[in-house]
Design a protein around this ligand. Structure first.
Ligand code: PMP
Length: 299
């Protein structure tokens, strides 16, 4: 893997990056995280990721004890140590985790005065060329996305067991991703990405109140749609909408927009990536390049 890790402000190589077993992130899964990637060496949509990190933290009564500028500095310091990012021409994957911190075996917040902050940096690996060019198969899995009154799916929580179980079911079926429904049986999202379908030229994704993570890529695609002249909107979706779609795709920071051409044993649309997905992916990449080039010039 070859990761470089910043643990509470100190940089370590992968083997030496450790955290206490009494950290409540380990004991109870109490923590939140963000995944970013760089384009042109610049963490993409940094401000939006920081907003979501703080929103997630707020929903679990966790304080992120350092400001955005300091987080940005940690990202850059860790990337430098990893030989990635700015001026290296090598793009980085960045994961920041904020956990409750070290404390006694109790749920009492007072037991953990100091949250832990870990930044994991490694070389960014894009999905294969084949995934983009031929599309992927997904599985509609029986594991239901968390009910919003349990661990709300809006929280980007380190407590990922439900998603892990759903993805393990998808792996068993030889799928690239697992699609989850919400407790009402409506489509929600994938285990590590958001879901879009295309019907009659319009791209649609389940609304936030279906109970899903407000993906940064998902949100950004509403703006990309406006750029490339494609309507992108949210809509309540069911299995039949996916199975009867002209096109479908999944989105995330690390995957951009990957075409879906098969759901279990059913072919979607023509069975090949469609023109709307392509236009949105191209528009996304163009915007990502433009925005990060502008930042790279300022720094
Ligand atoms: N949904 C879930 C459950 C995820 O884990 C992710 C990836 N972090 C996403 C959606 C996509 O979010 P983003 O576009 O912000 O990477």
């Amino acid at each position: 893997m070859g990761a470089t890790v910043n643990v509470n402000g100190r940089v370590f190589d992968q083997e030496h990056a450790v955290i206490s077993v009494f950290d409540h992130g380990f004991l109870y899964g109490e923590g939140v995280y963000e995944t970013l990637r760089t384009y042109n060496g610049q963490p993409f949509l940094f401000d939006r990721h920081m907003r979501r990190l703080r929103a997630s933290a707020g929903m679990v009564a966790l304080d992120v004890p350092i400001g955005d500028a300091k987080i940005d500095a940690r990202f850059r310091e860790t990337m430098r140590a990893a030989g990635l990012g700015e001026s290296t021409g090598r793009e980085a994957y960045i994961r920041i985790l904020v956990t409750r911190g070290i404390g006694e075996l109790t749920y009492d917040l007072a037991a953990c005065p100091n949250p832990s902050i870990v930044v994991i940096v490694k070389s960014n690996v894009e999905p294969s060329r084949e995934a983009f060019e031929r599309g992927v198969k997904v599985a509609l899995v029986p594991i239901v996305r968390n009910h919003p009154d349990t661990v709300n799916p809006r929280i980007k929580s380190n407590n990922l067991l439900n998603n892990a179980l759903a993805m393990q079911e998808a792996f068993k079926r030889g799928a690239y991703e697992g699609v989850m429904r919400n407790y009402k049986g409506q489509l929600a999202e994938c285990t590590q990405s958001n879901l879009f379908i295309v019907k009659n030229g319009v791209a649609m994704t389940p609304p936030l109140d279906a109970g899903l993570l407000p993906g940064i890529t998902r949100e950004f695609l509403f703006e990309v749609g406006a750029d490339v002249g494609i309507t992108v909107r949210d809509a309540e979706l069911h299995d039949d909408d996916l199975l009867g779609a002209d096109e479908a795709f999944l989105t995330s920071t690390t995957r951009e927009a990957v075409p879906i051409v098969q759901v279990d044993d059913r072919t979607i649309g023509s069975g090949s990536p469609g023109p709307v997905t392509r236009a949105i992916l191209d528009g996304y990449r163009r915007r990502a390049q433009e925005l990060t080039r502008a930042v790279a010039r300022q720094t």
